[in-house]
Design a protein around this ligand. Sequence first.
Ligand code: KE4
Length: 429
Amino acid sequence: MNISKSIKLFEEAQKYIPGGVNSPVRAFKSVGGNPLFIESGNGSKIYDVDGNEYIEYIGSWGPHLFGHNPPFIKNALVEMLEKGTSFGAPTELEIEMAKLIINLVPSIEMVRMVNSGTEATMSAVRAARGYTGRDKFIKFEGCYHGHADYFLIKAGSGALTFGVPTSPGVTKGNAKDTLNADYNDIESIKNLVAENKGEIAAVIIEPIAGNMGVVKVSDEFIKELRSICDEEGIVLIFDEVMTGFRVARGGAQEVLGVKPDLTTFGKIIGGGLPVGAFGGKREIMQKIAPVGPVYQAGTLSGNPLAMSAGYAALKHIKDNPGVYDTLEKNSSYLEKGFKSNLEKLGKNYAMNRVGSMQCMFFTEEKVNDFKAAVKSDTELYGKYFHEMLNRGIYLAPAQFEAVFVSTAHSTDDLDKTIKAHYESLAAII
Ligand code: KE4
């Protein structure tokens, strides 16, 4: 496959942008090779600058639930562009967006828009600290909540891929208030709560993790976590930046049947534009400036252009609940195809799927937590990634991510992907 233009562009990009990219995982560091520079996307396909076509499963890391450039989002953007992009003043569309999120997610009573998932999670932890008057919070090894200092303590996702559990530049001050528990291990929570009695403001969790590959909490774990937070007055934050509107209309909290106190969103709620949000119990959200003392702000938060794309995406979800039947049909079809390939090849790689998020781990052990996930052979994943890429299938350039299936993936796309999956594995094992 000719990727000479991408090679040239990557060389040039590295002169002006750290690592040639604006987000590390895009640099293909953990799979090797030259990242592809993308020219355009349409439906389930993306096209690189050398004119190669790929059936893709990154979906811009989650936002593209309906594939690239669906007409209803494009039209909403074009319409808004006629009126302007951002005014730095309240607009009616922001009320409609807030009401729509509240309507779709029962645990949300109030919501604040921000510009990224990181801003959402950073603000949610600050809200919990302001509300409880406590400093410490618990996160889980292998979960990734964005790059705010206090999260880059044994983060998953990019940091995990780099194998550097703690990023330089994060001060000891930050690290001391961040406690790390083990995913799906309620004893680790009980120990931390006992050791830090009355000092813990929040627990933040990816209730269905997508940043150590796809790993779901057990029902008993999440129910026990909920009751411990209730007993201890700890704010339970579900980081649904990835799972929100992805794994179900009401997100992971609908799948699990557990209500958090705060939820963070991103990705899908921006319809491809930079949008994040955090929301939940009114008594907590009323602590947020300007009505409350917890400061939180953003020049472009809720800007009309991003809201028009995000609102169009969520309105489409509200008006077409069948979206999740299509996502389930496509995702289970792909999973079934992959599993039958593994059987034919005599391989028993762990396959985890929740709705339209799935991950095949290059380990034959079950993967229910971070420790098991990191046993995956990332070297082999790199080879698999390139074998698939050379067959026109674009997956996440890192083992510890998710495959995102959209409503735009046709049966023909899925069949081609299943065939490429068989040939790629046969070529490397
Ligand atoms: P952003 O700041 O990247 O919008 O969101 C951070 C974030 C927070 N919470 C969860 C559960 C997330 O998955 C993310 C971001 N996800 C990664 C993909 N693993 C974004 C890709 C990237 O870093 O370029």
